[in-house]
Design a protein around this ligand. Structure first.
Ligand code: SF4
Ligand code: SF4
Ligand code: FES
Length: 240
């Protein structure tokens, strides 16, 4: 029974065929959703499985569904997301559940590889370091997407990923976009092919669900639109 001093929290337990379990958790000032999960593990059930590391919004490992919305739980205050007295915490959408609140991130990072999201140097260590002009359009486009912490919040928010598991998704395409704007990178043609393959950027409906939820206020949709534009220019013979 919820009281002024406790919150009624339901937490997903088990694998995909699991169920929600209820806990009464003491209210605290400035309590985060991650604080709630840690309290349950330390005080009610030490077998509760979940993942976190930094607790300060840096590592990207603590994302979960909170009342149906993907969020980084270490920076999400309970008082801002509680619905009435209800706090429902579930594993991230669109990824396989390992157990309880821990999901398997492998499909997420495999998409980064499929999108060729790895820097390919165009210079050897014996050549001078290439200067990147800070005010150039390309540098600014890359900078706008570079602070991704790989939390998969956008991936969980994306309805196209939910309907088409082959879709590369917002984070991998955002990463590809930053590299397509890196003048030092040597793999642009191959990457453009990768991001316009069957699961590529053309699947995005551009409604910005990813941007609405990114905790770092990135806009993967903008990068995806940029990739579509690059692909079209290439097809029409205009280069990038
Ligand atoms: S804008 Fe594109 S990538 Fe972002 S959530 Fe929508 S379909 Fe997914
Ligand atoms: S783009 Fe934003 S929401 Fe998506 S993984 Fe990166 S930081 Fe997380
Ligand atoms: S625990 Fe590192 S971002 Fe939340």
């Amino acid at each position: 029974m919820t009281s002024d001093r406790t919150i009624s929290v339901t937490v997903w337990r088990g694998e995909a065929s699991g169920e929600f379990q209820r806990f009464d958790v003491p209210r605290q000032a400035s309590q985060t959703v991650l604080d709630v999960v840690v309290w349950i593990q330390q005080n009610a059930d030490p077998t509760l499985a979940f993942r976190y590391a930094c607790r300060v919004g840096m590592c990207g490992s603590c994302a979960m569904m909170v009342n149906g919305t993907p969020r980084w739980t270490c920076r999400t205050h309970v008082q801002k997301v509680i619905s009435g007295d209800k706090l429902e915490i579930a594993p991230l959408r669109n990824l396989p559940i390992i157990r309880d609140l821990a999901v398997d991130m492998a499909p997420f990072f495999e998409k980064w590889q499929a999108a060729d999201g790895v820097f390919a140097p165009s210079k050897t260590r014996n050549e001078p370091i290439e200067c990147v002009e800070p005010a150039s359009d390309a540098r600014r486009a890359a900078s706008a997407g570079i602070e991704c912490i790989n939390c998969a919040v956008c991936y969980a928010a994306c309805d196209v990923v939910a309907g088409n598991p082959a879709y590369l998704g917002p984070a991998a395409l955002n990463r590809a976009w930053t590299l397509m704007n890196d003048v030092r990178d040597a793999n642009r043609d191959h990457r453009l092919q990768a991001v316009t393959s069957d699961g590529g950027c053309q699947n995005c409906h551009a409604q910005q669900g990813c941007a609405a939820f990114c905790p770092n206020h990135l806009n993967p949709t903008a990068g995806i639109v940029g990739l579509k534009r690059m692909a079209l220019r290439k097809r029409l013979g205009f280069g990038d």
